[in-house]
Design a protein around this ligand. Structure first.
Ligand code: AMP
Length: 192
């Protein structure tokens, strides 16, 4: 199994690069943001609760996203692996992910961290918001809050994965193809 975490602040290109990595390595994409938006569009109770926090740019509770990830991992025992996108976002989530994978003798191979400057993040997210219509992508104050949540609760995970020797940093500016090549090289170096 090949399990990867794609990491970085909102707007750094995690979703775009995940789609390419999925094709290249035959692994499954698990984005907690996408899963939550799907709950919202289905009008589930979980979705309605999560939406209140997402609209403010705040994280949803750990147990909610951990539960969604557990269901997907346990429901796909034949999978060649997963790319976790937007998860983990807190230390509790990272520990839960390690435990879930360890139950089946698996682990994270590498954490691929995309680094992008703040001004560029805001520019990209506002651009995406025009096409996607996502409320949290259209308001500069909410975007600022999301970046703040990232810096405060999520960025410390760099150290968590550094300690495991799994942190791989990539500059997330340049063309999509250039960044994808750098990511692929890192994955190849990890598995070979
Ligand atoms: P994303 O699509 O990854 O930018 O996520 C959109 C929003 O969903 C975030 O701003 C959070 O409110 C929520 N969310 C997504 N993933 C997580 C997570 N792993 N932990 C907590 N909240 C999350």
């Amino acid at each position: 199994m090949l399990n990867l975490v794609i990491f970085g602040p909102p707007g750094c290109g995690k979703g775009t690069q995940s789609a390419r990595l999925v094709k290249k390595y035959g692994i499954q994409h698990l984005s907690t943001g996408d899963l939550l938006r799907s709950e919202i569009s289905q009008g589930t109770a979980l979705g309605l609760e999560a939406k209140k926090l997402m609209d403010k740019g705040l994280l949803v509770p750990d147990e909610v996203v951990i539960g969604m990830i557990r269901t997907r991992i346990e429901g796909n025992p034949q999978s060649k692996g997963f790319i976790f996108d937007g998860f983990p976002r807190t230390e509790a989530q990272a520990e839960a992910l390690d435990r879930l994978l360890a139950e089946k003798g698996n682990s994270i191979a590498a954490m691929l961290s995309l680094e992008v400057e703040r001004d560029e993040l805001v520019r990209r997210i506002l651009g995406r918001g025009k096409d996607s219509g996502r409320a949290d992508d259209q308001d500069p104050a909410i975007i600022g809050k999301r970046i703040e949540e990232y810096s405060r609760k999520t960025a410390p995970l760099i150290e968590y994965y550094q300690q495991q020797g799994k942190y791989r940093q990539v500059i997330g500016q340049g063309t999509i193809e250039e960044i994808f090549e750098k990511l692929s090289d890192l994955v190849d170096a990890t598995v070979n």
